[in-house]
Design a protein around this ligand. Sequence first.
Ligand SMILES: Nc1nc2c(ncn2[C@@H]2O[C@H](COP(=O)(O)OP(=O)(O)OP(=O)(O)O)[C@@H](O)[C@H]2O)c(=O)[nH]1
Length: 443
Amino acid sequence: QSLTYCIDPNWAPYEYIEAEQHKGISAYYLKRISELTNLQLTFLKTDSWQESLSAIENGHCDITPLLNYSESRAKTISFSKPYFYAPNVIFAHYQHQLVAGLSKVSDESIGVVKGYRLVDYLKGHYPEADLVQVNSELDGLTRVNNQKLDLFVSSFYAANYLIHQHNLTNMRIVGIAEVKDQLRFGVRHAHKDLIPRLNASIEKLSHEDHHKAFIMLEPVKVITQTNYSLAWEIAAIGSLLLVILASRHYYSLKQRKALARKNSALERLHRALEKKNKQLEELAVKDHLTQLHNRSYLSGKVAECINSKKRYKTECCLLLIDIDDFKQFNDSYGHQIGDDVLVTLARTLELCARETDFTARWGGEEFVIICPETNLHDALHLANRFREALATAEHACADPITCSIGIAELGYDDSQESWFTSADNALYRAKGSGKDKVSIASD
Ligand SMILES: Nc1nc2c(ncn2[C@@H]2O[C@H](COP(=O)(O)OP(=O)(O)OP(=O)(O)O)[C@@H](O)[C@H]2O)c(=O)[nH]1
């Protein structure tokens, strides 16, 4: 005989659907009973217990393997004798005090699963109770856990299983409901002739059969042993990070020190370079032998004098000095003595000139004094003073040093070239008139 059966799909661990398959202890009992009765049972999948009850009522489902007796169900269903017994308990928030039984509940809401026999029971025995019908055991337990419902009455094993599975830790059992589950087969009235066969098979179930089913009520084991491997991994990664950070810090310190050393070396180099540059600048404007300024330096000063003349009409004189018969010093005493004579003249020049004058070696044995803010009279005085000082200056050979001097006052329209030409002409005249003379350009 081939029959269909249906279950409560949300009543783990009693019965539930997993991967489209009927699971739980009712699956186990159903298998045993169909073996013992030789019944062919085909599973009719439903989405809820309500849907399963409706399927029995409208004839789509013939048998359901695990339900309690109730008068209302008895209208459409014939029942076998019970074969599995379980207590019902009352759940509440973990801070709720113990409840001595359902009869002691007064103002609190009591949850039960819609369609369960408990609904009829509570309505019948406690009509005043604030009954809340929830969709499933899990729905009721979750509401209590979240303090959305005061109490929830449920099968102990089913609730125990769900609490573990869903980690509902805000709740506890606070009392025992007087009703117990006495679970049995339910058969559509049309097949009530099956009841004796089912009862005979139930009688044949052994103690071991029941024990195997009972074991299936055990919730999924919670692993209480601490898994240290993650801690070790974290510690290892942490240590590695520490080592990396420490070595980075060490290398960055090392690099900073090396950088500081390089920076101070660079600073030293920079200072040395500045010094060298200064020396080079001085070399560029100084005569190496006499240490007087050279022609290129003087050209700048001459330009300043010309500008000053044009702007302020200030007086300015130029003395062009040439050592007389200098060639003879070289020829008679050698080049070194010639150099000494040049240096002697340079020192004498510096002694005689004022601080505001500019002295320079113009080239060879020719020297220049530019005297700003100086008229011809004073320039002549300076020239003669210089000649006298030179004549008495100590130097390396016995011959006296004399020089001829050409003086030119800067004219308003003079350029450097015309000014020096005037001085040169005057010098030429001084040489021509017997040397050791001073000649003025305007003469
Ligand atoms: N020792 C030395 N001699 C120099 C230097 N520069 C130029 N002379 C020499 O100076 C001499 C100049 O000779 P001249 O131009 O004939 O002039 P001078 O002998 O002074 O004759 P007058 O100008 O007519 O008095 C040359 O022999 C040059 O070689 C120098 O730096 N050192």
